[in-house]
Ligand binder design. Structure first.
Ligand SMILES: [Fe+2]
Length: 438
């Protein structure tokens, strides 16, 4: 057999077995592809399985931790955590509501109501020591504050004075078993169980908060004392700002009053006019039982009611003879000028309206707006009566002062047109009861 024959045999074999060869080659290539893909698929599958395992492990650990936490927290601890959250919210809200308010009455009311509600207290009293070391009741809840309104306590006196001097809170569970405090106490509103905390500012003690008795069957705890002390400190910061603001207001008022007095002094005939009108107006307001706030607004208006005359020349203001129409027109501008001067000061805004209307008449024939009856503010109607009476009972260049009886007769006549009859009657009563007021 030669080489050619061998070649032919091989060629025949290849030709005859070609299908088998192609089949085997396909199998081989398929196997290679399968191996490569299987490697990737296996890798992805392993990753998912691993991640699931980790997640599962973490879940188990979390469950264990939660179980441990649940076991470690008993009911009282849960209550404590809840209480702590409520406490934080209470202090935060209190601070938020009182820090930007400068009206001490609004702030005090918010504090006693808030404290009473949070502590479930039967009574709350807030006492302030403003310019001195004397404590006075500023606001209360749960009892009649009028009965204790006049109470003035010196440092060290009674329970509140004791806390003021001590600058530290006290918690009393049974006042009857505290002979020292029991003997000292002059404040009838104290219950057997109470907390008393100082209102502390950065520099001094500004007051005291007394939280007396509870409406729930639970005594005050040490945590209650700690919270009440925090309330005292928050209130201290607020009241420090309020006292500063009050002093600033007071300084402004003194400055403007000095201006009004200087104005009165321009005319020897009216040099105590503002002072007299203030005294009469205040007496009428008390007789009519106006609120303290209304009295305050009225007193400020009375002090400054003729401030607008500052813009009138001496030639007109001090003219002894009869005024011309033009001169009288100038005089008639003084309520509006006075109003314009004071209305820009926030604490005099209400008084400004009384100043504007103190020359309005009850029958509507006054100035500057010609309003009548109860359209005119009550304070302005009171000012009108006080102003008229003082004008009549002081000397004028063109006539001597009238006697009180003559002036009263004129006031009675004015009831028909110029002045509010009810206020005139009230003032006559004041004069009868207190003749020394003139
Ligand atoms: Fe006037």
């Amino acid at each position: 057999m030669n080489v050619y024959q061998i070649f032919q045999i091989i060629q025949g074999f290849l030709v005859n077995q070609w299908g088998i060869f192609v089949f085997l080659l396909g199998l081989f290539i398929g196997f290679i592809i399968y191996r490569i893909k299987a490697k990737f698929v296996f890798k992805a599958y392993s990753s998912i399985v691993e991640k699931t395992k980790i997640q599962d492990r973490e879940n188990k650990e979390l469950l264990v931790k939660l179980k441990e936490l649940g076991n470690s927290l008993n009911k009282s601890e849960l209550e404590e955590k809840l209480w702590h959250q409520e406490e934080t919210e209470f202090i935060f809200k209190l601070q938020e509501n009182i820090s930007l308010e400068f009206d001490r009455k609004i702030v005090s009311r918010y504090i006693v109501d808030g404290v009473g509600k949070f502590f479930n207290a039967k009574k709350v009293a807030l006492l302030l020591a403003d310019n001195s070391d004397e404590l006075r009741i500023e606001q209360t809840s749960g009892f009649d504050s009028e009965k204790v309104r006049e109470l003035v306590l010196k440092k060290g006196e009674s329970i509140s004075g004791f806390v003021l001097a001590r600058k530290e809170p006290i918690k009393v569970d049974d006042l009857k078993s505290e002979p020292y405090l029991l003997k000292k106490n002059k404040e009838s509103y104290f219950t057997n169980e109470f907390i008393s905390v100082p209102i502390l500012s950065r520099h001094r003690v500004l007051g005291v908060i007394n939280i007396c008795g509870r409406n729930i069957d639970k005594t005050f705890s040490k945590k209650d004392v700690a919270l009440a002390s925090s309330v005292g400190r928050v209130c201290g910061i607020a009241f420090e700002g309020i006292f500063l603001y009050d002093r600033l207001e007071d300084s402004y008022l003194k400055m403007i009053t000095a201006l009004a007095q200087a104005l009165d002094a321009r005319d020897s005939y009216t040099k105590r006019h503002s002072e007299n009108v203030t005294r009469y107006s205040s007496a009428i307001a008390k007789e009519m039982k106006l609120s303290l706030h209304q009295q305050e607004v009225l007193v400020r208006a009375a002090l400054l009611h003729d401030l607008g005359k500052i813009g009138i020349s001496d030639a007109v203001l001090l003219k002894p003879g009869k005024l011309t129409a033009e001169e009288f027109a100038q005089i008639k501008e003084h309520p509006l000028k006075g109003y314009e001067i004071v209305q820009s000061l926030s604490f005099l805004k209400e008084s400004a309206n009384l100043i504007l209307h103190h020359h309005e008449r009850f029958d509507g024939k006054g100035y500057p707006q010609g309003i009548k009856g109860i359209e005119i503010e009550l304070g302005a109607r009171i000012l009108a009566v006080a102003d008229s009476f003082d004008a009549m009972t002081t000397d004028r260049p063109y006539r001597p002062a009238m006697s009180v009886d003559q002036a009263v007769s004129e006031l009675i006549k004015s009831k028909a047109n110029q002045l509010d009859p009810e206020i005139v009657d009230c003032f006559i009563k004041v004069l009868k009861n207190n003749p020394a007021i003139v």
